[in-house]
Write a protein that binds this ligand. Sequence first.
Ligand code: FE
Length: 150
Amino acid sequence: MYKYKKVNVASPLGDWNERYVLSIDNHEEIMAALADFCKKKKIKAGDITGIGAISEATFRFLDPATKQYVDKVFEEQMEITNLTGNISSKEGEVYLHVHLTCSRRDYTCVGGHLLKARINGACELLVTDFGLTSVGRRFDPETGLNLYDF
Ligand code: FE
């Protein structure tokens, strides 16, 4: 499903961050692979950045006025120009919040809140585990979002 390598840099300040270079295998679905990795590594809080290439992506748009979700699927070859996300937990489970921007054959970009994306080429990520810290979430009825619960 994926390969990874720990790339910790010794810190004189003794911080707890653990970093991994993560390469998800071709034709895998990014969100499922990421969730599996975080679960296996017991990452409770962290962040994610990355690039790659995909043949399909599903984005979700939340209309703040109606609180209705609108999902849209793009089925074409695209370059991931930026994947940015964070890792937290909700009710004891890994909770991923990922946004993705990708470029099409004509060099225009589409993007948004990522539900899923199918790799067609490669997907190279840097995952930072904040360590022992756990960051939780709870549903906020006013915005319709699962917000941080500090
Ligand atoms: Fe989002």
